[in-house]
Design a protein around this ligand. Sequence first.
Ligand SMILES: [Zn+2]
Length: 265
Amino acid sequence: MAKITSHGNTVISPLVQTLNYTVENFPHQCRFPHNEHFFVQGGFQLNGMEGCIRFYPRGYSTDDENWLTLYMGLESKIDVEIYINLEVNIITLIENHEVIVLFQQFQLLFTPGFMWNAVKVVPTKAVLKRMLLPDGGFKVRFVLRTHTHNIDRRLSTPIESTRNKIKELLLQDPAQQRFDVAFVIDGRLFFAHKRILVYSFAFRAIMSDWSDYGEPIIQLPYVRPQVFEDLVIDCYVKSNRFCKKCFSVRKSKDSICCEIISWRR
Ligand SMILES: [Zn+2]
């Protein structure tokens, strides 16, 4: 069942997909050292986009060596922004009954032109010890709750200096800028204005998910800082609540800031 959450007047209803994979003879896959990047691959479809899921039995990079790492890639032909809430279940058999031995949730953000992500799921040792089927197979189920939103590319090629100025603004004193939302991404703290971020469907979905927890700081441990920062800056560039002349947040989309002052002179 699709979980329907609402933020303001907008109802966000994700696409829910369940994918099942069984990797045969998993211990054999684990014999390859991590730096040989041996993987197991499966495909799936997402809103007309071709996706692939890979398992790296002993990690994808030096950061996740000896971890079962999940890599997800999407081949996008359209301009889309994607937020995925990914649930990973590892399933085994106990006395002929299927039992979920691991349940993990990840939030992933995909921006156009940067369509992959990798997450550490569980140490390889733990999988080998207690998460395999009796025949050595590895069974995993993914539940993907996907929010997809098309983006108008004509609006997304701003001048580099505008992007840099916004980047600087986002690093300023939170009290002075009256930021009202904070995120922790890979240990780094990011501040922003909610009324600007609602421009993005992905952020609307994230903030709506988090409003249920009542936590003041939103933690997205599986989102890469670069992807996150690009998306935040995109919101400031495109939102009509942010003035690209005086670089200030407007109270409403019709309120006036710098323009009226110069006009009166
Ligand atoms: Zn202005």
